[in-house]
Design a binder for this molecule. Sequence first.
Ligand code: IMP
Ligand code: MG
Length: 354
Amino acid sequence: MRNVDILVGLQHGDEGKGRVVDYFAFNYSCVARFNGGPNAGHTVYTASSDEPLKLNMIPSGIVHKNVFNYIGPGCVVDPLSLILEIKRVEDTLGYKIKPSQLGLSEKAHLIIPEYVEKDCKNNSHLGTTKKGIGPCYAAKSDRVGMRVGDVLKKQPYADFLEEYVVGSDDRFLDHLNSGEVLCEGAQGTFLDIDHGPYPYVTSSNTLASHACTSLGFSLHKVRDIFGVFKAYATRVGQDPFFVKWDPESYKSISEIEFGTTTGRQRDIGPISIADLKYSIEVNGVTKLIMTKADVLCGHKFNVLFNGDSINFSYDKCDNSSKFLSYIQFLEFNLGMPIFNISTGPNRLDWLSKI
Ligand code: IMP
Ligand code: MG
Protein backbone atom coordinates (compact mmCIF):
# COMPACT_ATOMS: atom_id res chain seq x y z
CA MET A 1 0.00 0.00 0.00
CA ARG A 2 1.42 3.39 -0.98
CA ASN A 3 0.38 5.42 2.01
CA VAL A 4 3.49 7.50 2.76
CA ASP A 5 4.24 11.00 1.47
CA ILE A 6 7.50 12.83 2.16
CA LEU A 7 7.94 16.57 2.46
CA VAL A 8 11.40 18.17 2.16
CA GLY A 9 13.04 21.57 1.78
CA LEU A 10 14.66 22.29 -1.58
CA GLN A 11 16.99 25.05 -0.40
CA HIS A 12 18.98 25.71 2.80
CA GLY A 13 16.27 25.08 5.38
CA ASP A 14 13.70 27.64 6.53
CA GLU A 15 11.60 27.19 3.41
CA GLY A 16 8.40 27.28 5.49
CA LYS A 17 8.00 23.50 5.72
CA GLY A 18 6.35 23.70 9.15
CA ARG A 19 3.38 25.72 7.98
CA VAL A 20 2.94 23.45 4.96
CA VAL A 21 2.94 20.34 7.17
CA ASP A 22 0.45 21.99 9.52
CA TYR A 23 -1.84 22.74 6.56
CA PHE A 24 -1.54 19.27 5.01
CA ALA A 25 -1.75 17.33 8.30
CA PHE A 26 -5.57 17.04 8.07
CA ASN A 27 -5.02 14.33 5.48
CA TYR A 28 -2.76 12.12 7.60
CA SER A 29 -2.97 9.95 10.71
CA CYS A 30 0.76 10.41 11.44
CA VAL A 31 3.47 13.03 10.86
CA ALA A 32 7.02 11.70 11.36
CA ARG A 33 10.34 13.53 11.71
CA PHE A 34 13.20 11.59 10.17
CA ASN A 35 16.37 13.64 10.62
CA GLY A 36 18.12 16.25 12.71
CA GLY A 37 17.22 17.48 16.15
CA PRO A 38 16.61 20.78 17.91
CA ASN A 39 18.74 22.56 15.27
CA ALA A 40 15.48 22.76 13.28
CA GLY A 41 13.04 25.57 13.83
CA HIS A 42 9.51 25.49 12.47
CA THR A 43 6.99 28.27 12.96
CA VAL A 44 3.31 27.41 12.74
CA TYR A 45 0.50 29.96 13.03
CA THR A 46 -2.52 28.29 14.59
CA ALA A 47 -6.10 29.43 14.19
CA SER A 48 -6.71 29.43 17.95
CA SER A 49 -3.84 31.65 19.05
CA ASP A 50 -2.27 34.91 17.87
CA GLU A 51 1.09 33.66 19.08
CA PRO A 52 2.97 31.57 16.54
CA LEU A 53 3.90 28.11 17.72
CA LYS A 54 7.68 27.68 17.55
CA LEU A 55 8.73 24.07 17.19
CA ASN A 56 12.21 22.56 17.26
CA MET A 57 11.82 18.83 17.74
CA ILE A 58 8.09 18.15 17.76
CA PRO A 59 6.65 17.49 14.28
CA SER A 60 4.46 20.24 12.83
CA GLY A 61 1.29 18.11 12.90
CA ILE A 62 1.01 18.65 16.66
CA VAL A 63 -1.79 21.21 16.39
CA HIS A 64 -4.08 18.45 15.05
CA LYS A 65 -5.44 16.40 17.95
CA ASN A 66 -5.97 13.26 15.88
CA VAL A 67 -2.49 13.12 14.42
CA PHE A 68 0.30 10.97 15.91
CA ASN A 69 3.54 13.00 15.76
CA TYR A 70 6.53 10.69 15.75
CA ILE A 71 10.17 11.59 16.38
CA GLY A 72 11.89 8.75 14.55
CA PRO A 73 15.04 6.64 15.06
CA GLY A 74 17.24 8.84 12.85
CA CYS A 75 16.67 11.94 15.00
CA VAL A 76 18.83 13.25 17.83
CA VAL A 77 17.04 14.50 20.91
CA ASP A 78 18.00 16.82 23.75
CA PRO A 79 15.72 15.51 26.52
CA LEU A 80 15.55 18.64 28.64
CA SER A 81 14.89 20.91 25.69
CA LEU A 82 12.20 18.47 24.47
CA ILE A 83 10.49 18.59 27.88
CA LEU A 84 10.49 22.39 27.78
CA GLU A 85 9.16 22.33 24.23
CA ILE A 86 6.30 20.00 25.20
CA LYS A 87 5.38 22.34 28.06
CA ARG A 88 5.56 25.38 25.77
CA VAL A 89 3.31 23.73 23.19
CA GLU A 90 0.86 22.63 25.90
CA ASP A 91 0.70 26.21 27.21
CA THR A 92 0.02 27.60 23.73
CA LEU A 93 -2.56 24.96 22.80
CA GLY A 94 -4.17 24.96 26.24
CA TYR A 95 -4.32 21.18 26.71
CA LYS A 96 -2.07 18.29 27.64
CA ILE A 97 -0.36 16.42 24.80
CA LYS A 98 -1.18 12.72 25.03
CA PRO A 99 1.01 9.77 23.99
CA SER A 100 -1.46 9.20 21.14
CA GLN A 101 -0.37 12.63 19.81
CA LEU A 102 3.38 12.44 20.36
CA GLY A 103 5.86 9.57 20.31
CA LEU A 104 9.62 9.44 20.67
CA SER A 105 11.42 6.44 19.20
CA GLU A 106 13.48 4.43 21.64
CA LYS A 107 16.13 4.22 18.93
CA ALA A 108 16.65 8.00 18.64
CA HIS A 109 19.95 9.21 20.06
CA LEU A 110 20.30 11.46 23.08
CA ILE A 111 22.18 14.73 23.05
CA ILE A 112 24.09 15.17 26.32
CA PRO A 113 25.66 18.41 27.66
CA GLU A 114 29.12 17.24 26.59
CA TYR A 115 28.01 17.27 22.93
CA VAL A 116 26.66 20.79 23.26
CA GLU A 117 29.95 21.96 24.78
CA LYS A 118 31.91 20.32 21.95
CA ASP A 119 29.67 21.92 19.33
CA CYS A 120 30.18 25.37 20.89
CA LYS A 121 33.94 24.92 21.17
CA ASN A 122 34.96 23.13 17.97
CA ASN A 123 32.45 24.06 15.29
CA SER A 124 32.29 27.86 15.28
CA HIS A 125 33.93 28.04 11.80
CA LEU A 126 30.84 26.23 10.46
CA GLY A 127 28.31 28.50 12.14
CA THR A 128 26.40 25.57 13.62
CA THR A 129 23.31 26.06 15.77
CA LYS A 130 25.38 24.98 18.84
CA LYS A 131 22.78 22.40 19.84
CA GLY A 132 25.22 19.48 19.93
CA ILE A 133 23.88 17.92 16.73
CA GLY A 134 27.20 17.12 15.00
CA PRO A 135 28.93 15.61 18.07
CA CYS A 136 25.82 13.50 18.76
CA TYR A 137 25.75 12.02 15.25
CA ALA A 138 29.54 11.55 15.47
CA ALA A 139 29.12 9.56 18.71
CA LYS A 140 26.34 7.53 17.09
CA SER A 141 28.58 6.61 14.13
CA ASP A 142 31.43 5.86 16.50
CA ARG A 143 29.12 3.42 18.38
CA VAL A 144 29.56 5.30 21.65
CA GLY A 145 26.23 7.14 21.47
CA MET A 146 23.23 6.63 23.71
CA ARG A 147 19.83 5.55 22.50
CA VAL A 148 16.77 7.01 24.18
CA GLY A 149 15.45 3.57 25.16
CA ASP A 150 18.70 2.47 26.78
CA VAL A 151 19.28 5.51 28.89
CA LEU A 152 15.97 7.10 29.71
CA LYS A 153 15.09 4.82 32.59
CA LYS A 154 18.19 5.86 34.55
CA GLN A 155 17.63 9.59 34.31
CA PRO A 156 15.62 11.95 36.52
CA TYR A 157 13.54 13.19 33.56
CA ALA A 158 12.64 9.63 32.60
CA ASP A 159 9.16 9.67 34.10
CA PHE A 160 8.14 12.68 32.10
CA LEU A 161 9.38 11.46 28.73
CA GLU A 162 8.80 7.74 29.27
CA GLU A 163 5.09 7.95 28.54
CA TYR A 164 5.96 9.25 25.04
CA VAL A 165 8.59 6.53 24.45
CA VAL A 166 6.85 3.34 25.56
CA GLY A 167 5.18 1.68 22.58
CA SER A 168 5.80 4.58 20.21
CA ASP A 169 7.73 2.52 17.64
CA ASP A 170 4.85 0.00 17.51
CA ARG A 171 2.35 2.82 17.16
CA PHE A 172 4.34 4.17 14.20
CA LEU A 173 4.25 0.71 12.62
CA ASP A 174 0.46 0.65 12.99
CA HIS A 175 0.24 3.94 11.10
CA LEU A 176 2.60 2.62 8.42
CA ASN A 177 0.48 -0.50 8.04
CA SER A 178 -2.98 1.00 8.14
CA GLY A 179 -2.83 4.79 8.28
CA GLU A 180 -1.62 7.70 6.19
CA VAL A 181 1.89 8.97 6.98
CA LEU A 182 3.57 12.27 6.16
CA CYS A 183 7.33 12.35 6.71
CA GLU A 184 8.52 15.82 7.65
CA GLY A 185 12.06 16.70 6.59
CA ALA A 186 14.14 19.15 8.61
CA GLN A 187 16.81 21.50 7.20
CA GLY A 188 17.08 21.45 3.39
CA THR A 189 18.70 19.81 0.37
CA PHE A 190 21.74 22.12 0.44
CA LEU A 191 22.43 21.16 4.05
CA ASP A 192 22.61 17.40 3.31
CA ILE A 193 25.86 15.95 4.65
CA ASP A 194 26.54 13.94 1.49
CA HIS A 195 25.06 16.13 -1.23
CA GLY A 196 25.39 19.67 0.15
CA PRO A 197 28.47 21.94 0.01
CA TYR A 198 30.53 20.01 2.61
CA PRO A 199 31.67 21.02 5.23
CA TYR A 200 29.06 23.84 5.27
CA VAL A 201 26.27 21.35 5.90
CA THR A 202 24.45 19.73 8.79
CA SER A 203 25.38 16.29 10.09
CA SER A 204 22.43 14.28 8.81
CA ASN A 205 20.92 13.45 5.42
CA THR A 206 18.09 15.74 4.50
CA LEU A 207 16.95 14.21 1.20
CA ALA A 208 13.57 12.54 0.78
CA SER A 209 15.10 9.08 0.31
CA HIS A 210 16.54 9.27 3.81
CA ALA A 211 13.01 9.04 5.24
CA CYS A 212 12.90 5.37 4.17
CA THR A 213 16.16 4.31 5.82
CA SER A 214 15.77 6.51 8.84
CA LEU A 215 12.18 5.62 9.74
CA GLY A 216 12.49 2.08 8.40
CA PHE A 217 9.93 1.49 5.65
CA SER A 218 10.03 0.12 2.14
CA LEU A 219 10.64 2.39 -0.88
CA HIS A 220 7.48 0.86 -2.34
CA LYS A 221 5.36 2.69 0.22
CA VAL A 222 6.24 6.16 -1.08
CA ARG A 223 3.51 8.04 -2.94
CA ASP A 224 4.14 11.80 -3.26
CA ILE A 225 7.29 13.76 -2.56
CA PHE A 226 6.48 17.38 -1.77
CA GLY A 227 9.32 19.81 -2.42
CA VAL A 228 9.02 23.15 -0.62
CA PHE A 229 10.92 26.24 -1.73
CA LYS A 230 10.76 29.88 -0.77
CA ALA A 231 10.21 32.62 -3.41
CA TYR A 232 13.78 33.76 -2.66
CA ALA A 233 16.73 32.09 -0.89
CA THR A 234 18.01 32.41 2.68
CA ARG A 235 20.99 31.01 4.54
CA VAL A 236 21.88 31.07 8.21
CA GLY A 237 25.36 29.96 9.32
CA GLN A 238 28.54 29.88 7.23
CA ASP A 239 28.33 29.19 3.49
CA PRO A 240 30.86 30.81 1.13
CA PHE A 241 28.85 29.64 -1.91
CA PHE A 242 25.64 31.49 -1.03
CA VAL A 243 24.87 34.44 -3.39
CA LYS A 244 23.60 37.37 -1.28
CA TRP A 245 21.44 40.44 -1.75
CA ASP A 246 22.48 43.60 0.08
CA PRO A 247 20.28 43.56 3.21
CA GLU A 248 20.03 47.39 3.16
CA SER A 249 18.37 47.30 -0.27
CA TYR A 250 15.89 44.63 0.87
CA LYS A 251 15.28 45.87 4.39
CA SER A 252 11.69 44.64 4.71
CA ILE A 253 12.78 41.11 3.73
CA SER A 254 15.91 41.06 5.87
CA GLU A 255 13.89 42.26 8.87
CA ILE A 256 11.69 39.17 8.90
CA GLU A 257 14.48 36.66 8.23
CA PHE A 258 15.78 35.62 11.62
CA GLY A 259 16.59 32.04 12.64
CA THR A 260 13.75 30.45 14.64
CA THR A 261 16.23 28.39 16.65
CA THR A 262 19.15 30.75 17.15
CA GLY A 263 17.73 34.22 16.50
CA ARG A 264 20.56 34.82 14.02
CA GLN A 265 20.07 37.12 11.02
CA ARG A 266 19.69 35.08 7.84
CA ASP A 267 21.44 36.08 4.63
CA ILE A 268 18.99 36.64 1.79
CA GLY A 269 19.53 36.13 -1.94
CA PRO A 270 18.12 35.10 -5.30
CA ILE A 271 16.72 31.74 -6.30
CA SER A 272 19.06 29.76 -8.54
CA ILE A 273 17.21 27.75 -11.18
CA ALA A 274 20.11 25.27 -11.48
CA ASP A 275 20.09 24.64 -7.71
CA LEU A 276 16.32 24.16 -7.60
CA LYS A 277 16.38 21.82 -10.60
CA TYR A 278 19.04 19.75 -8.86
CA SER A 279 16.92 19.60 -5.69
CA ILE A 280 13.83 18.54 -7.60
CA GLU A 281 15.76 15.77 -9.31
CA VAL A 282 17.77 14.46 -6.36
CA ASN A 283 14.68 14.31 -4.13
CA GLY A 284 12.34 13.05 -6.87
CA VAL A 285 9.80 15.81 -6.23
CA THR A 286 6.29 15.07 -7.53
CA LYS A 287 4.60 18.23 -6.20
CA LEU A 288 6.23 21.64 -5.90
CA ILE A 289 5.16 24.11 -3.22
CA MET A 290 6.29 27.73 -3.10
CA THR A 291 6.18 29.81 0.09
CA LYS A 292 6.45 33.48 1.07
CA ALA A 293 5.55 34.82 -2.39
CA ASP A 294 3.99 37.86 -0.64
CA VAL A 295 7.34 38.89 0.88
CA LEU A 296 8.66 39.94 -2.55
CA CYS A 297 5.71 42.28 -3.27
CA GLY A 298 6.95 45.78 -4.10
CA HIS A 299 10.57 44.70 -4.64
CA LYS A 300 12.72 44.50 -7.75
CA PHE A 301 14.56 41.20 -7.51
CA ASN A 302 16.52 38.75 -9.65
CA VAL A 303 16.76 35.03 -10.33
CA LEU A 304 19.97 33.25 -11.36
CA PHE A 305 19.52 31.37 -14.64
CA ASN A 306 22.10 29.93 -17.06
CA GLY A 307 24.84 32.32 -15.90
CA ASP A 308 22.49 35.32 -16.25
CA SER A 309 20.54 37.38 -13.79
CA ILE A 310 16.86 37.79 -14.77
CA ASN A 311 14.87 40.63 -13.17
CA PHE A 312 11.30 40.53 -11.91
CA SER A 313 8.95 42.66 -9.83
CA TYR A 314 5.33 42.43 -8.75
CA ASP A 315 3.04 44.27 -6.34
CA LYS A 316 0.45 41.60 -5.55
CA CYS A 317 0.18 37.81 -5.53
CA ASP A 318 -2.80 37.61 -7.85
CA ASN A 319 -3.64 37.19 -11.54
CA SER A 320 -1.61 40.26 -12.52
CA SER A 321 0.70 39.67 -15.46
CA LYS A 322 3.76 40.67 -13.42
CA PHE A 323 3.17 38.00 -10.77
CA LEU A 324 2.20 35.39 -13.32
CA SER A 325 5.33 36.04 -15.35
CA TYR A 326 7.47 35.14 -12.30
CA ILE A 327 5.47 31.98 -11.62
CA GLN A 328 5.42 30.93 -15.26
CA PHE A 329 9.15 31.56 -15.64
CA LEU A 330 9.79 29.26 -12.67
CA GLU A 331 7.38 26.58 -13.84
CA PHE A 332 8.73 26.56 -17.38
CA ASN A 333 12.38 26.40 -16.36
CA LEU A 334 11.90 23.98 -13.47
CA GLY A 335 9.88 21.75 -15.78
CA MET A 336 6.89 21.27 -13.51
CA PRO A 337 3.85 23.19 -12.24
CA ILE A 338 3.76 24.78 -8.79
CA PHE A 339 1.04 22.97 -6.89
CA ASN A 340 0.47 25.54 -4.09
CA ILE A 341 1.75 29.04 -3.32
CA SER A 342 1.67 30.56 0.16
CA THR A 343 0.90 34.26 0.28
CA GLY A 344 1.01 35.05 4.01
CA PRO A 345 1.86 33.50 7.37
CA ASN A 346 -1.65 32.45 8.38
CA ARG A 347 -2.97 28.96 7.93
CA LEU A 348 -5.29 29.81 5.06
CA ASP A 349 -3.04 32.24 3.16
CA TRP A 350 -2.71 30.07 0.07
CA LEU A 351 -3.12 30.61 -3.63
CA SER A 352 -4.12 27.19 -4.82
CA LYS A 353 -3.61 26.66 -8.53
CA ILE A 354 -5.48 23.37 -8.63
P1 IMP B 1 24.15 22.15 12.76
O1 IMP B 1 23.01 21.45 12.08
O2 IMP B 1 23.75 22.83 14.05
O3 IMP B 1 25.36 21.28 12.91
O4 IMP B 1 24.61 23.36 11.79
C1 IMP B 1 25.20 23.14 10.52
C2 IMP B 1 24.71 24.17 9.50
O5 IMP B 1 23.35 23.91 9.18
C3 IMP B 1 24.74 25.62 10.00
O6 IMP B 1 25.04 26.46 8.91
C4 IMP B 1 23.32 25.86 10.48
O7 IMP B 1 23.00 27.22 10.47
C5 IMP B 1 22.54 25.08 9.44
N1 IMP B 1 21.24 24.59 9.92
C6 IMP B 1 21.00 23.55 10.74
N2 IMP B 1 19.68 23.38 10.94
C7 IMP B 1 19.07 24.33 10.22
C8 IMP B 1 17.69 24.63 9.98
O8 IMP B 1 16.76 23.98 10.47
N3 IMP B 1 17.45 25.71 9.17
C9 IMP B 1 18.45 26.42 8.58
N4 IMP B 1 19.75 26.16 8.76
C10 IMP B 1 20.05 25.11 9.57
MG1 MG C 1 13.70 26.79 10.30
